[in-house]
Design a protein around this ligand. Structure first.
Ligand code: 2M8
Length: 435
C-alpha cells in the first residue's frame, strides 16, 4: 500500500499539471520550454500514479516527433511561442520533420515508461490498456531497431552516442577527453540562453557549448543521415548508461511482444537483448568496481569516475560478488552526502558539486539505480537511496532540477517535472520490487 498523500505529493502533482502544455510536459518553465524525450518518459511514470490517461498522452505526444527511420528526437518543438528563451532552437538544428525537432536522440526510457503506464492502466481495464499501448509499443520497437541499426552498425551489442546531449548527462566529465578533440569553431555564432535563467557556475563552459554546436552543425551538414553521421562523427562513445537503459527497454518490449502474441518481434528482441547483455557485462572493470564506456575514436576505456558506471545494474542480473563490490563503491561515494548518489566521485579532481552533471545528484538517476538495486537483491541500499532522495526534496531542495550533495541545496531550474515524477514514484514503496 502506498503511504497516504502529504503536501509534497500535492505539490509534485501541481508541478506536473502546471508544466503541462496540452498533453506534453515541459521539464521546467523558460529554461526548457519544449518536450524533452527522456524527461517525458519519467513524467509519464509520474502521471501514471494518479492520471493514467494523461500518462499515455505524454508518450503519444512524444511519438508525434518520431522520424521515418524510427529515431525519437531528444526535443520536440511542438509550440514555438517560448522559443526565445531556449538555444539551440529549430533553425540551428535544421531538421525537416513535420513537427520541428532536434536531430539527436536521448536515453530510451520510453519503453520502460510504457510498461509502467500500461500496467497501471491494465489494473483497471486490461483490454483498453492493451489497445492504447499497441501503437506506442510499435513506435518503441521501431526506435529500438533504429538504435541497433544506426548506433551499432558493427553489431557489438553496445550503442554509441554521437553528441554528449544524447547521454542526458550532457556535461559529464566522461566526455572530456573525446570532446576535447571537437573543434570550438561554429558556422553561426553561439547564442546561449541557459545562463539567462541559471547561474553560469552551474552550467557548462562556453568552450563546451561551442563544441556542442560544432557537432550539431557537422551532422546538419550531412543531412542528419545516420550512416553519414556515423562516418563523419568526431565524437563517438559506446555508452553504458544508454545501453543499459536500452537493454531494460528491450526486456520490457520483449514482455509486450509475448503478451501481444508477436512471436517474430519476440525472437528479434531476445537476440538483441542477449547480445547487449553479454557486451554490457564485458564492460565491468573489477579494479574500478564500475562498468566503463568505450571511446570508439581512440578505442580507449572511458574511465572517468561518473555515476554511469553503476547504471548497468538496471538491466543486468549480476553475480553476487560483482553486485556487492558495486554497492560498496556507491556507498563510498554517497557516504556523508545528501540526496543520494553524486554524479561524480567526491573528492576527485573532476568533482564539482554544483555544476551540471559534474557532481550533483539527480533524482531520476537515483530512481534508475533504486530499480536496479532491487532487481539485484540490494533492497537495503536501494532504500537508502530512495529515502535520501525523498528527504532532500522534503527538507532543503524542493523540486529543483538537481541537488548539491554537500549542502542539499536545490540547483538549476525550479519546479522541475522529472523531480516531481521521481518523488511520486519513489514515495510508493511498493514500486519496482514486485511486491
Ligand atoms: C539538460 O539538457 C539540455 C539539452 O538537452 C540542456 O542543457 O539544454 C539535461 O539535463 C538533459 O538530461 C535533460 O533531458 C534536459 C531537460 O531536462 O536538460
Amino acid at each position: 500500500m502506498p503511504p497516504p498523500d502529504n503536501k509534497f505529493v500535492a505539490k509534485a502533482k501541481a508541478i506536473l499539471e502546471a508544466n503541462d502544455r496540452n498533453g506534453y510536459t515541459v521539464p521546467t518553465h523558460r529554461l526548457y520550454p519544449f518536450q524533452w524525450n527522456w524527461d517525458s518518459a519519467f513524467v509519464a511514470m509520474g502521471f501514471a500514479q494518479f492520471d493514467v490517461d494523461r500518462a499515455f498522452r505524454e508518450l503519444e505526444r512524444l511519438v508525434e516527433g518520431q522520424w521515418a527511420d524510427g529515431m525519437i528526437p531528444h526535443i520536440v518543438f511542438h509550440d514555438l511561442s517560448g522559443a526565445d528563451s531556449y538555444y539551440p532552437g529549430p533553425a540551428v538544428w535544421g531538421t525537416s520533420h513535420t513537427v520541428a525537432t532536434s536531430g539527436i536522440t536521448q536515453p530510451p526510457v520510453f519503453a520502460i515508461a510504457l510498461r509502467a503506464v500500461h500496467d497501471a492502466a491494465a489494473a483497471v481495464d486490461s483490454a483498453a490498456a492493451n489497445a492504447r499501448t499497441l501503437p506506442l509499443y510499435e513506435a518503441a520497437l521501431k526506435w529500438q531497431r533504429w538504435w541497433y541499426a544506426a548506433r551499432d552498425p558493427e553489431n557489438t551489442g553496445l550503442v554509441a552516442l554521437l553528441h554528449p546531449w544524447e547521454s542526458g548527462s550532457d556535461n559529464s566529465p566522461a566526455w572530456d577527453i573525446a570532446l576535447a578533440r571537437v573543434p570550438t569553431t561554429t558556422i553561426k555564432p553561439v547564442v546561449r540562453k541557459d545562463t539567462n535563467h541559471v547561474a553560469a557556475a552551474m552550467r557548462p563552459h562556453d568552450q563546451d557549448y561551442a563544441r556542442f554546436i560544432h557537432l550539431v552543425e557537422t551532422y546538419a551538414d550531412v543531412g542528419w543521415d545516420p550512416a553519414r553521421q556515423w562516418a563523419t562523427a568526431p565524437f563517438k562513445i559506446a555508452e553504458i548508461q544508454t545501453t543499459a537503459i536500452l537493454l531494460k527497454a528491450g526486456e520490457d518490449l520483449a514482455r509486450f511482444a509475448a503478451d501481444f502474441g508477436r512471436a517474430s518481434d519476440a525472437a528479434d528482441l531476445a537476440a538483441l537483448n542477449a547480445r547487449t547483455r553479454a557486451a554490457l557485462l564485458a564492460q565491468w572493470r573489477p579494479a574500478l568496481n564500475r562498468f566503463v564506456s568505450r571511446d570508439l575514436v581512440s578505442g580507449a576505456d572511458v574511465d572517468a569516475s561518473t555515476h554511469a558506471g553503476f547504471v548497468p545494474v538496471l538491466a543486468l542480473d549480476l553475480d553476487a560478488p560483482v553486485a556487492r563490490a558495486m554497492v560498496a563503491e556507491m556507498a563510498r561515494w554517497s557516504a556523508g552526502k545528501l540526496g543520494g548518489l553524486p554524479t561524480t566521485e567526491p573528492g576527485t579532481p573532476i568533482w564539482e558539486p554544483k555544476r551540471y552533471w559534474r557532481g550533483p545528484v539527480w533524482a531520476v538517476i537515483n530512481w534508475l539505480l533504486v530499480d536496479g538495486l532491487r532487481r539485484n537483491a540490494h533492497a537495503v541500499f536501494a532504500d537508502q537511496l530512495r529515502e535520501a532522495t525523498l528527504a532532500v526534496i522534503e527538507t532543503t531542495a524542493g523540486f529543483a532540477e538537481y541537488f548539491d550533495p554537500d549542502t542539499g541545496e536545490g540547483c538549476g531550474g525550479e519546479d522541475f517535472s522529472w523531480t516531481a515524477a521521481a518523488y511520486l514514484c519513489l514515495r510508493d514503496a511498493d514500486r519496482g520490487d514486485g511486491s
